[in-house]
Design a protein around this ligand. Sequence first.
Ligand code: KG4
Ligand code: ZN
Length: 331
Amino acid sequence: MLILGIETSCDETGVALYDAAAGRLAAHAVHSQVAMHEAYGGVVPELASRDHIRRLIPLTRQVLRQAKRNIHDLSGVGYTAGPGLAGALLVGASFAHALGVALRIPALGIHHLEGHLLSPLLSERPPSFPFVALLVSGGHTQLMRVEGVGRYTLLGETQDDAAGEAFDKTAQLLGLGYPGGPALSRLADTGVPGRLTLPRPMLHSQDLEFSFSGLKTAVATAIKNEQPRPADLARAFVDAVVEVLVAKCLKALQSTGLKRLVVAGGVGANRQLRAALDAAASQRSFEVFYPEPELCTDNGAMIAFAAALRLPQEASGEARFTVKPRWDLEG
Ligand code: KG4
Ligand code: ZN
C-alpha cells in the first residue's frame, strides 16, 4: 500500500508518500508560502489557494521521483478536508478526488489536527496508546485524551487566541516579521529572565482551558509604558506561555492518570517548551514524545500517515467530496 498525502489547509503545500507495507515514510516535500504572505503580515487566503494550485502537481512528481515510484503504484490518497481556509482546502480536495477517479483508488478526507496528533507515531521512538496530546499550532491550542486512532476526547482548549497566534502577534509587535514564532524564540534566548514579568493567564484555573489574548495586550502595554529591551520582553513572553502550557499538561496527566504526553503542532517545535517539558518529565516520571522537528509544522506526511491508518477501516463506496473549514476533532 502506497498512500499519497496532500496538505493545503493554510500556507504550506505538503505532499508525501507513506509506504504502509514497509511502515515508513517513502518521501515528503513541503513548499512554504511564508515569503509570499510576509509582505501582508499574514496569510492572504486567495493567494494561498492559487499558489497551492501551482505547487501540487510539481510536488507530487517530486515525491514520486524521490521514492522511485510510479503514479500507478498509488493505492489511496489522503487530503486535509479541514479545518482550514475553505478555498485552500478545496484545492487539495479537488486534486485528491481527481486522482482518485483517474486511478480508481479511494480519496479520503483527513482532519488536519488528527494528522498533527498522530505525527509523533512517525518518529524513531513512537508512543503507544493511550496518551495525552498537547496540540499547539497557529490556529489551535488543545489538550486531548487519545485512546487510539479516531478515539479522541477534548480535555480543554483555548478560549480565545491559540498559542502560535500569541507568538505571531507578539513577534509582530516586536517587528520580527511573519510568522514570528521561531524568531521570537531565538530572541528570547538572549533576554534576561525575570527582568520583566507578564501574566500567566488561567494558570490557576481548576480546568484545562487556556487564554492567550490578554498576554498580547500585556505585551503591547509593556512596550508602551516600560520600553523594555526587546530580548527581555521576548524572554518574559516565552516564559509565561511555556509555564502555562507545562502546568496544564501536568494537570491533564494527573487528571487522566496517563503517563505519556505527546506534543504536536508548530509550537511543538519550540525549544524552550521542549526543554521545560523534558525537565518536568524527568522530575515527575512521565514520558514526552515529539514529532521529528520537520514534521511539527504543516506537512503532507502526517496526512498520508493518518490516511494509511484510516483507509483500511473505511467502508468502500462513493467517495464524499467535502471540505469543512470548521471541524471539531471529536466529531
Ligand atoms: O502547525 P502549524 O505549522 O500550522 C497550523 O496548523 O497553525 O503551526 C504554525 C505556528 C505559527 O504560529 C508559528 O509561529 C508557530 O507555529 N511556531 C513556533 C515555532 N515554530 C513554529 N512558535 C514558537 N517557537 C517555534 N520554534
Ligand atoms: Zn497545522
